[in-house]
Design a protein. Structure first.
Lengths: 219, 272
């Protein structure tokens, strides 16, 4: 069936582009954290420079979604896939924006003496990256069970953020000279915490895509 | 061949779960034969009052045959036979002695190809009223013709040329005239067999808008090959395959997450 082949080609293409976008987003997050932890300003600038590719990829996937909806009129699981791709793509782009914000903070922090090494930050980043990778795997394979299990990981990121928040507030209160750097570190922690939330959104969309079940706001 | 998912409830149960309106038509274990060839197999479903139900499925799946069982249109084909029950308001339309002419007044039909009589626009709509002697009063006849043309959303286009031949109308206008002709005798159920398949997109849109408007007063059943049309106009969709009712479900459910894999394969174009 001709329509079947064209549609499958388009859906495969969309899946591949989302995987590519996800990979670039993962890389941006990992490079931004590397720039922070290793105090490598060049790596941070690389993240900012590469963000344009991510933005262009987002636009390309947007166009693919619109074209498939207009020209192929997908239904049922195909429709759920296209709608989910259309919603996952800006989430990935926003995660990349958070990576850029972390990179900008790293550039500023690298100009100043290190306040203190906070193990929570790389731990949060490692968790967020692992969640993102697993979420993208689940999304591209339509594995709802895997997506559900990824969501649970967000609690640990939230807990680490809460701990960072308390620690940095206490530090800035006791020593006002740390406020500038402390605030930047707090923002970095917040960015990572938001990445965890966005990954959760991707997983919720994966469950919708696979099972047509809305688990968002189910609490 | 892909078998339906075993875990899904049977079609009649699925419909009972989603149907909220009262059933106007209830079909129970209907089988239909063209001579020795069985065309419909054990069909059971309810058609709710003042809703639009769409029948979809590949060519030859039995959806048009099933539609025609609802007003015994198949009786006109020699050698056909039906078993089971078709109840309209609880009355079995296959019961011996049932007045078939009266049945077809209650259950009107619009066909794929518009078929106006070679008469004036007015006489086309008045035809059913006259032969059924539903009115002998000239003023009432005019009023009912006008009402039918208004209900079919064609009055403003023909009000100044009611004496003109219906054959001079465009394809889309002829189809709406045929709908007006069906509505003039005030049916309770309107059967539509691919009513827009021969029309351009603008005429199709008018027919679809009309269907949505008409369901306020009538129970409508439409056969369509156009799945987007089924999605646009119907409240409930039934999928037929090889003479069997595979799934009946709320239309939004049918087109986003059907229960049966066979249904999903059909509406996503992965059939066969």
């Amino acid at each position: 069936m001709e329509r079947h082949r064209h549609l499958d080609y388009d859906l495969d293409n969309m899946r591949n582009r989302v995987l590519l976008l996800g990979g670039k987003t993962e890389t941006a997050l990992a490079r931004a954290m590397f720039a922070l932890v290793e105090r490598d300003t060049a790596a941070a600038e690389e993240v900012l420079r590469d963000d344009d590719q991510i933005d262009q990829l987002e636009l390309e996937i947007d166009r693919l979604c619109i074209d498939v909806l207009a020209l192929r009129q997908p239904a049922a699981r195909d429709l759920r896939f296209v709608v989910s791709v259309a919603k996952v793509t800006p989430i990935l782009e926003r995660i990349a924006d958070h990576a850029c914000n972390i990179a900008r903070a790293a550039i500023d922090l690298n100009d100043e003496p290190q306040l203190k090494f906070f193990a929570e930050l790389p731990r949060m980043a490692a968790l967020a990256s692992a969640m993102l990778r697993a979420a993208l795997d689940a999304f591209t394979t339509g594995n709802a069970a895997e997506a559900r299990s990824v969501i649970d990981g967000d609690d640990e990121i939230d807990a680490l953020y809460e701990h960072m928040f308390q620690t940095l507030i206490a530090l800035m209160s006791s020593d006002p000279t740390t406020t500038g750097r402390g605030a930047r570190l707090l923002l970095i922690a917040k960015h990572l915490e938001r990445v965890g939330d966005y990954v959760t959104d991707i997983c919720e969309l994966t469950v919708y895509m696979a099972e047509a079940a809305f688990i968002k706001h189910s609490n | 061949m892909i078998a339906p998912r075993a875990a899904a409830p049977p079609p009649e149960q699925q419909q009972q779960q989603q149907a909220t309106a009262q059933a106007k038509v209830s079909v129970r274990e209907l089988n239909f034969f063209y001579g020795t060839a069985q065309a419909l197999f054990n069909i059971s479903l309810d058609i709710s009052e003042r809703l639009v139900m769409a029948f979809i499925g590949p060519s030859g799946c039995g959806k048009s045959t099933f539609l025609r069982t609802l007003n015994r249109m198949n009786d006109t084909i020699p050698g056909t036979r039906a078993t089971g029950e078709v109840l309209i308001d609880g009355e079995d339309i296959y019961a011996p002695g049932l007045n078939v002419v009266n049945l077809r007044r209650r259950v009107g039909m619009v066909f794929q190809k518009s078929n106006p009589f070679p008469k004036s626009i007015f006489d086309n709509v008045a035809y059913g009223l006259r032969i059924n002697r539903l009115t002998t009063n000239k003023t009432e006849l005019q009023d009912r013709v006008r009402q039918a043309l208004e209900d079919a959303a064609i009055w403003s286009e023909v009000k100044d040329r009611l004496k003109a031949s219906a054959l001079g109308l465009s394809g889309g206008q002829q189809q709406r005239l045929c709908i007006a002709r069906a509505l003039a005798v005030r049916p309770e159920v309107l059967l539509m067999d691919e009513p827009a398949s021969a029309l351009d997109p603008i005429a199709t849109q008018k027919i679809e808008e009309l269907i949505v408007e008409l369901k306020k007063q009538y129970t409508i059943v439409i056969v369509t090959h156009n799945m987007q049309q089924a999605a646009r106009v119907s409240d409930v969709t039934a999928f037929f395959w090889l003479g069997k009712l595979i799934e009946v479900n709320a239309t939004e459910k049918m087109f986003t997450n059907p229960n049966e894999k066979l249904t999903e394969d059909y509406i996503t174009g992965r059939f066969g």
